[in-house]
Design a protein around this ligand. Sequence first.
Ligand code: G
Ligand code: G
Ligand code: MN
Ligand code: NA
Length: 254
Amino acid sequence: LHMENHLRQALLREEFELHYQPQIEIASGRMIGMEALVRWNHPEWGMVYPDKFIRVAEDTNLIIPLGEWVLKEACRQISQWSQQGLDQVCISVNISARQLKSRHLFSLIDELIATYNIKPGMLELEITESAAMDDPEQTIPRMKKLRNKGVALAIDDFGTGYSSLSYLKLLPLTRLKIDRSFVKDIETDPNDAAICAATIALARILGLGLVAEGVETEAQLEYLRAQGCDSAQGYYFSRPLPEKDIMAFFACHQ
Ligand code: G
Ligand code: G
Ligand code: MN
Ligand code: NA
């Protein structure tokens, strides 16, 4: 309850901010996207990371107003960067299961796209396989509606859930994100290497884009490249960056 009150206050005081982790097209080295990751800049505790508060926000339903703030801020930022020439770089936003279940999410996104006058394809929603398939009768038609408007839809942490692969043909997806747990030991663990290779092949056959997460070394990148992986995200390229550092990064990766 303590944390819940702190979070409530943080929302009122607008203590959250978004950092952005670049996504790089492997073949060209160009920045093609970024993942928005929320941080809580607490006046006394300093920077608080999502592992300390997203669970509480989900359990208390504060993820609804927090998620709304994240989407609004991401759309504002897309609009601002588009005007500065960053108009081919999509922003991915993490969406929790609770948010996906809320009817309001879909009208909110419509409203934000209109208010900020952004191309819908500049926004990507990242959902986990379990969130996507939690209440499929509700969520699949809504996701199809969003996709029809042009919003991109990615499966986050691909391969870590317990769901069957059947959702891949039910959901109107644009990309898969290979979870970083498979990338971590790609050079030493043949099972991880095989899982990455198979995921890359699966995405290609299904006509989906692919991002490998958690790329930290040149050797990991080279393995992924050799397997035909399109794009990558991870500390090898950049940590998540504050807004002010994105333009400089982009200038070196275009
Ligand atoms: O930011 P970090 O780099 O520590 O992210 C940790 C986790 O927090 C990730 O699993 C990410 O999906 C989640 N996360 C980060 N930002 C958001 C957000 O805006 N909304 C939701 N629902 N989860 C987020
Ligand atoms: O679950 P999700 O994929 O949304 O979360 C992204 C998380 O991964 C964030 O916490 C982000 O800071 C972290 N991350 C991003 N790149 C790397 C990396 O190269 N190595 C590690 N260990 N973590 C990373
Ligand atoms: Mn993510
Ligand atoms: Na992930």
